[in-house]
Design a protein around this ligand. Sequence first.
Ligand SMILES: [Zn+2]
Length: 297
Amino acid sequence: MEYVNCNLCGSSEYKIIHKGLKDEEGTDLKKRYASSSNTIGNDQIVQCKNCGLKYVNPRLMDDEIVNAYSEGSDELFVSQVRGRELTFSKALKKIEKYSSKGNILDIGTAGGSFLKVAKDKGWEVHGVEPNKWLCEWGKKNYGINIKQGTIFDNDFKKESFDVVTLWDVLEHVTDPKKTLEESNKLLKQEGLLVVNYPDIGSLVSRLMGKRWIFLLSVHLYYFDKKTIRKMLEKTGFEVIKMKKHFQSLSLWYLVYRMKAYNKFLYRLGNKIVNTLHLNNFLIPYWLGQTLVIAKKK
Ligand SMILES: [Zn+2]
């Protein structure tokens, strides 16, 4: 484990806001860092005394985290593919209000569901994903070429993309600031950056407290509207839109997620869903996910 300074302002001064919960799967890193990890946060979350950013501290070493993401398979992700495609086709329509069709880079693209949707609509698509298994899955099922690695391993041309997207990614990376700076370099002048993140300042997060569904072991950073805006402004962007972002998941998956919180409700839910054949029923849900559209300054 290592202690890290605030990623937004560099300060080492913080106060503890969550002491962390019991972690049943924490020892298996590959499982913990799977794209659809279900592990409830067991880590200590702190808040920077200077700028207010909330983040996990101390945490595992950077290379341990990246390595854990690279290995392992993620069949659970596959079970959510239809829901993801639906969510992304709605999101793409929002993006198309602000950008004409061109080329998109999706960072941390998982199996490439967003790129599949964008490709079908005539965009030129590129993706980066650390997990080898998901890269292969995307190639095989969508015919999309996904580069395996992090955004720092890329050889893309500077200022070559119209849109860069980070779907549920920024809260996972070890260095969001550097990730956004790199995204900025790859974007054309006035290019669009699209980020979706779970907002810890949202009413639902404040009401749920320690039970908030996005307090997961894989999340290293917890942004709110103020800190995400500061982070984007600091890395060369101007925020043009912030709004609620509904995502769709199959009912089966939502019931599965319940397992980590309440075994009885999980078993009951599972039984109902199976009896009524509702496994693939898609439901939109909102628990604080926020979509930010920003422009390169
Ligand atoms: Zn700070």
